[in-house]
Design a protein around this ligand. Structure first.
Ligand SMILES: Cc1ncc(COP(=O)(O)O)c(C=O)c1O
Length: 373
C-alpha cells in the first residue's frame, strides 16, 4: 500500500529533536522556526514533558469519557488560571478543526440559528463546518458547501452588522490573528465592535485561537491584546506540544446538556499528561513573556530590504511579506542554512517558532536572511 499523496514534502526526514533544534536521518542539524506548524510550544522533547508522558503511559493510557478522569479536572483548573478564563468551562477534543466544529455547533444549539459569519482569508480546519467557514474554495467540497456561511472583510464592522441584522446568524468566527491567510491582525477597534455587535444581535462570538493561542503572541490568547472576552475560544496545536489534543472554552452562559458534545479520544490520559506538563512548563519558564520578548527582538531585527514589503505579527507569530515569490528563499533557508520556516501564500514567510526560542537562535535566522536577500 502507498500513502495517499496529498502533502507536498520537503526532502528532510527528522529523527530527533530538542528545544528549537531538529536533526535529520543524516545527522544534519536544523533550527526550527516553524514548530511543526505552530504545534511545538514548550520545545521539542522537553525533559518534563517526556517524563510526564512516559510515566502516564506506564500507568493507564486510555479508558473512556464514561469514567472520572482527574487529569482533565487538573487541566481545567490550570488552564483557567493561566488564561484568565477561570469562570469558563472546558470541553476537550482532539484537534483544531474539531474544536471549531464543536464551537459552531454550540453557537447553533445556543441560538437555534444556522448561519455563520466568517472572514475573508480565514482558515478554520478541514472538517465539515470548519472548512465551510474557511475562505479557500479549493478545499471545500460540494458536501461541505451546503453550510450557511457568509464571508465578510476583516475589520469591516459595517459589513458584519448588515449580516447580523438579518436575524439568522448563530455565530461569528474569527482567528485571533489570521495564520494561513498571511498573519493579518484584526484591529482592536474592530474586535471591540464585533463583541458589541454579537451581544446586540444575540450571536455567539467564537475566537479561533488554534494557531494564535497558548502564549504564541505574548499573551495567553491573541485576542487578549484587545481586551474583549469572546463567548467561545477554540484551541489546538500548542496545547499538548504535539500530542493530538484540542479543546474549547465556553462562557458561563452555555448550558451543558448531557450527550450534546462527545468524543472517544478527547481528554484521554496521555493527552492530559502532555497538556498538564505544557502548562507547568509555560509557567515555570515564563514562556509567554519569552515569546513576546524574543518575537519583538526578531521582528525589530529583520533586515530592511527592497525585497521586503512588510513584517507583521505579534510575539512568535510573525509574517515577512516579500515583493516576490519566496519559494527559492525558503528552500535556501532549509537546504543551505538548515532553518525550518513556514509559509502563507507565495510571498509570505511565516515564523511560528517554539515559545522557548532564544535571542541567539533568532539571531541565526536574522543573519541567514541578511545574507540571502
Ligand atoms: C487558525 C486555525 N484553526 C484551525 C486549524 C485546524 O487545526 P487542525 O489541523 O488541528 O485540525 C488550524 C490549522 O492550521 C488553524 O491554523
Amino acid at each position: 500500500m502507498e500513502l495517499f499523496d496529498v502533502y507536498s514534502l520537503f526532502d528532510v526526514t527528522p529523527v530527533k529533536a530538542s528545544g528549537c533544534t531538529v536533526w535529520d536521518d543524516k545527522g544534519t542539524q536544523y533550527l526550527d522556526l516553524y514548530g511543526g506548524h505552530a504545534v511545538i510550544s514548550v520545545g521539542h522533547c522537553h525533559p518534563k514533558y517526556v517524563a510526564a508522558l512516559t510515566e502516564q503511559a506506564g500507568k493507564i493510557g486510555f479508558y473512556s469519557n464514561s469514567v472520572k478522569n482527574p487529569l482533565q479536572v487538573e487541566l481545567a483548573h490550570k488552564l483557567g488560571k493561566a488564561s484568565g478564563y477561570d469562570d469558563y468551562f472546558l470541553f476537550l477534543d482532539n484537534s483544531g478543526a474539531e474544536s471549531n466544529e464543536n464551537a459552531l455547533k454550540m453557537a447553533s444549539f445556543h441560538t437555534g440559528k444556522d448561519r455563520i459569519i466568517a472572514f475573508r482569508k480565514s482558515f478554520h480546519g478541514r472538517t465539515s463546518g470548519a472548512v465551510a467557514a474557511t475562505d479557500n474554495p479549493s478545499i471545500v467540497s460540494p458536501f461541505n458547501a451546503v453550510h450557511k456561511v457568509t464571508f465578510c472583510d476583516l475589520n469591516d464592522a459595517e459589513g458584519v452588522e448588515e449580516e447580523l441584522a438579518k436575524g439568522d446568524v448563530a455565530g461569528v468566527i474569527i482567528e485571533g490573528i489570521q495564520g494561513c491567510g498571511g498573519i493579518n491582525i484584526p484591529s482592536e477597534e474592530f474586535m471591540k465592535d464585533l463583541r458589541a455587535l454579537c451581544s446586540c444581535y444575540g450571536a455567539v462570538l467564537i475566537l479561533d485561537e488554534v494557531q494564535s493561542g497558548y502564549g504564541r503572541t505574548g499573551r495567553f490568547f491573541a485576542h487578549q491584546w484587545t481586551g474583549i472576552r469572546p463567548d467561545i475560544i477554540t484551541m489546538g496545536k500548542g496545547i499538548a506540544n504535539g500530542f493530538p489534543c484540542g479543546g474549547i472554552l465556553l462562557s458561563p452562559e452555555f448550558e451543558a446538556v448531557k450527550g450534546r458534545l462527545g468524543t472517544t479520544f478527547g481528554g484521554n490520559y496521555l493527552a492530559m499528561a502532555a497538556a498538564n506538563a505544557v502548562l507547568d512548563i509555560i509557567e515555570e519558564e515564563n514562556l509567554v513573556q519569552n515569546a513576546f520578548e524574543t518575537g519583538e527582538y526578531l521582528r525589530s531585527n529583520i533586515p530592511s530590504s527592497p525585497l521586503i514589503k512588510e513584517v507583521r505579527g505579534r510575539g512568535l507569530m510573525l509574517g515577512i511579506e516579500f515583493n516576490c515569490d519566496i519559494s527559492l528563499i525558503r528552500r535556501s533557508l532549509l537546504y543551505d542554512r538548515h532553518i525550518f520556516t513556514g509559509v502563507a501564500g507565495k510571498t509570505i514567510i511565516r515564523l511560528l517558532a517554539p515559545l522557548c526560542l532564544s535571542k541567539e537562535e533568532a539571531g541565526i535566522f536574522i543573519n541567514a536572511l541578511k545574507e540571502l536577500i
